[in-house]
Design a protein around this ligand. Structure first.
Ligand code: ADP
Ligand code: MG
Length: 382
């Protein structure tokens, strides 16, 4: 894989870089996003070498043009942070855009949300070629999207010399360290909402990890699979039939019941309920999970324990953060958009992250990488 170093940067001095970053940030959170900040070092590096930068990203999951998911609000935010004007390009007329970039005196350009185009998620070669026509070389710095076979992540690398950006390099270096250093007890903490993704993680770490501490939607889905009452809680019914760690009890009265038969899977002992929904893990669960976290030597965490954005349901997630910060020896990797955002539950001046904790900008990408899968976007750079 090619990384950015002095010689590659000098080679592209005064040229145009097509830079894929991750601005998949919720509307309203544009000004205060770790994802945006994580993209800045690579952009700044190019500006130092007088390289023009054409920023590419997606936002949300639109199937066609959806103004609420425009990337336009990021132009002033980037402009302020980079102390340069950022030209927002609101059309996909590639011939025209190319001329505009080449003739402009400005250095930074931001293209509209690529998922407004059907070709992006289809890894469409035609779209990739059109994107490639805008620049002289391509850099992927969108680690969180690197597991997606999208035109601006994978197909585009067929048409331009391609490199990993500083963020992708940092992610790979740190995640490789976690992979090679992993020691037992190895604990995987899984919560959040995207249940099918998270259940895949449990399966891929099944033989490696010693404990799976569950919260959020995944825990609810395990409750439901055992016929425990879950009311209107977030559950993924489609996943119930293929959960690991469950065995079928002898059918009674025509109904076959499942029960947990694995010591690895740890479900909440108590929960917080509101309006018939399980919205957080309870205090006894936090205590139990914290004990396991404190004695672990490797920890991976993805997915908040509850609806932490709502007051009254943040204690589970906060408790996990506190336990994690008290473990100063384990190799700890934490990722996922909301999981990282939940760090705000801790008062900014009340903690300091030690070098044993790595915050990844990837959620799905981080989990796939750690479970040994190859990321299409990273492979494409080789
Ligand atoms: P990440 O972005 O960290 O990968 P997800 O996107 O899977 O995590 O899920 C994060 C969301 O899950 C959070 O917004 C949180 O409020 C929500 N969540 C967690 N637990 C529950 C729950 N029990 N019920 C409803 N939503 C939950
Ligand atoms: Mg999320």
């Amino acid at each position: 894989m090619r990384f950015l170093n002095k010689s590659s940067l000098s080679q592209w001095r005064s040229k145009i870089c097509l830079l894929r970053i991750d601005l998949n940030i919720k509307p309203g959170e544009e000004k205060n996003a770790m994802r945006l900040d994580a993209a800045l070092p690579t952009i700044r590096l190019f500006l130092k070498y007088n390289i023009k930068v054409v920023l590419l990203s997606h936002r949300g999951r639109p199937h066609s043009v959806d103004r609420k998911l425009s990337l336009k609000p990021f132009a002033p935010v980037l402009s302020k942070k980079l102390k340069r004007s950022v030209v927002f390009i609101n059309n996909f007329n590639f011939g025209k855009i190319k001329k505009q970039i080449q003739s402009s005196r400005q250095q930074v350009f931001l293209l509209e949300n690529l998922r407004f185009l059907a070709g992006e998620e289809k890894n469409d070669v035609k779209l990739a070629r059109q994107l490639a026509s805008l620049g002289d070389f391509y850099v992927n710095d969108a680690f969180a999207v690197s597991h997606r076979k999208n035109a601006s992540v994978v197909a585009v690398t067929r048409f331009l010399p391609s490199y990993a950006g500083l963020l992708v390099e940092r992610e790979i270096t740190n995640l490789n360290r976690a992979l090679t250093r992993y020691q037992h007890p190895f604990t995987v903490i899984i919560g959040g909402a995207k249940i099918s993704d998270k259940l895949g993680v449990i399966k891929s770490f099944w033989n490696k990890a010693d404990y799976f501490l569950l919260g959020g939607g995944p825990a609810n889905t395990f409750f439901a699979a055992q016929d425990l009452p879950v009311g209107d809680s977030l559950v993924d019914k489609s996943q119930i039939s293929n959960l690991p760690g469950l065995a079928r009890a002898r059918p009674r009265a025509g109904k076959s019941q499942k029960y947990l038969n694995s010591k690895k899977l740890i479900l909440p002992l108590d929960v917080k309920i509101h309006n018939r929904q399980i919205l957080d893990i309870g205090g006894r669960t936090v205590k139990k999970y914290s004990e396991i976290i404190r004695k672990s030597k490797t920890i991976i965490w993805n997915g908040p324990m509850g609806l932490f954005e709502k007051k009254g349901f943040e204690k589970g997630t906060l408790g996990i953060w506190k336990a994690i910060l008290s473990n100063k020896r384990a190799c700890i990797v934490i990722g996922g958009g909301e999981t990282i955002a939940s760090l705000r539950l801790l008062k900014a001046n009340s903690y300091k992250l030690k070098a044993n904790v790595f915050l990844s900008t990837g959620g799905g990408a981080m989990l796939e990488y750690l479970s040994g899968k190859k990321l299409s976007g990273v492979e494409a750079l080789k």
